[in-house]
Structures are given as C-alpha cells and as structure tokens.
Design a binder for this molecule. Structure first.
Ligand code: ATP
Ligand code: MG
Length: 194
C-alpha cells in the first residue's frame, strides 16, 4: 500500500510519466537454481501505469522475478514482453540497458566509488542526456527524496535509509517505462515514506 501511495504521488506530480509507461507480460515463465525450481510457470500481465505488488514469504522468488524482468537473469522457459517487444525467451535476453527500466535493488547496489549525485546521474549519462538537463534532473530527484544536501557524499557515508533513497532517486531520475522496486521503502520511517 505504501508503495502504491508513493508511486501515485510521483505520477500525479509529473503527468508525462503515465504516458511513457510500458505494459509487461510474462507467459509460462520458469526459473530454477540447479534442481531447485523457484518460479514455476508464471503468467502475469501488467497494464501501462498499473502498480502491482508481489507479496510472499522470504525465499519465495520475488527478487528472482524482478531480476528476470530487469534482464539480470534469463528464464529457463517462457517469454517476457515489454509492450509488444519480446525481451526474454530461453537462450536469449535483451540487455538490461536496452529495456528502459529503473530498479531499486533489495541491497540498493549503489556504486561505492561514486558520489550520491554521480550515482543518480548514471542512468542519464547512459541515455546521453545533455549535461545541463542532467544536472537539473539529478537535483530534482535528490530534492524529491530529501537528499539535496548529500549530493557530494559517497554511499559509505550514508545511513541505510539514506542509501535506499539514493537508489530510489537513481531508479526514477530517467523516468523509465518500467519501474521495479525490490522492497524499496523497508528502511524508511513513515514520514520519509510519504
Ligand atoms: N544465487 C543463488 N543460488 C542458489 N539459490 C538461490 C540464489 N539466489 C536465490 N536463491 C534461492 O532462490 C529462492 C528465491 O530467492 P529470492 O531472492 O527470489 O526470494 P525473495 O522472495 O526475494 O525473498 P526475500 O523476501 O527474503 O527477499 C530462495 O530459496 C533462495 O535461496
Ligand atoms: Mg527478495
């Protein structure tokens, strides 16, 4: 619920975001670590702009499913489509950087050698956004997560919740067609979640 409310605030403040979203379709997606089947024939369709939360006990495969959507692993069976485009099928996967997605990883996965601002800037650099525009959008994203004063710090100098907010800013800064959040608010108190 908190995620849905956080997202709806994000979208209503920038109407353009809604139009840019992509549908997601999984058909018969399966994945196994060795002999241990984690995902068994998953069918799921998510409309553009729809917010879907995956709930389940620890170890049930939530992060694995997100990693498949992100292109960090490939399905053993089934297909994944973003809109009409197939992005993964057995033996082939579109590279992550070509999927127009933002992701908050469960462990944040910030780059330790980069400052907060450089971490958030990275998706914009990858998309070859002009320098002035990048600076403006990084500033806006850091403002949105309440970290404008921390732009020059490195992740090691931040609390867990602050690191999580850097990861959030990095996921949303490029306004991607797909946003994947792996427990993105777990380290934040209720005021910060708002
Ligand atoms: N690299 C790996 N090698 C072998 N097994 C793995 C690996 N990564 C995850 N698993 C197993 O796959 C299953 C699903 O893991 P996953 O991380 O997707 O769970 P989760 O639903 O995200 O759990 P949590 O709520 O604790 O984050 C677990 O049983 C886990 O032990
Ligand atoms: Mg997980």
């Amino acid at each position: 619920m908190d995620v849905a409310r956080w997202c709806s605030g994000l979208f209503s403040s920038r109407g353009a975001l809604m139009r840019a979203f992509t549908s997601l379709t999984l058909e018969g997606v399966s994945y196994a670590f060795g002999v241990h089947t984690v995902l068994d024939h998953i069918d799921l369709h998510i409309e553009p702009g729809e917010i879907v939360a995956l709930l389940g006990p620890s170890g049930c495969g939530k992060s694995t499913l997100l990693r498949l959507l992100a292109g960090l692993t490939q399905p053993a069976r089934g297909t994944i489509r973003f809109g009409e485009r197939v992005v993964a099928r057995p033996g082939w996967a579109l590279p992550t950087e070509q999927r127009d997605l933002g992701m908050v990883f469960q462990d944040y996965a910030l780059w330790p050698h980069m400052t907060v601002a450089q971490n958030v800037d990275f998706p914009l650099r990858m998309r070859r956004v002009a320098r002035d525009e990048r600076a403006r959008r990084v500033g806006e994203a850091l403002e949105r997560v309440g970290l404008a004063a921390f732009a020059a710090r490195r992740p090691a100098g931040l609390s867990g919740g602050q690191q999580q907010r850097v990861a959030l800013a990095r996921a949303i800064v490029a306004e991607p067609g797909v946003l994947l959040f792996d427990e993105p608010l777990s380290n934040l108190d209720s005021e910060l979640r708002e």
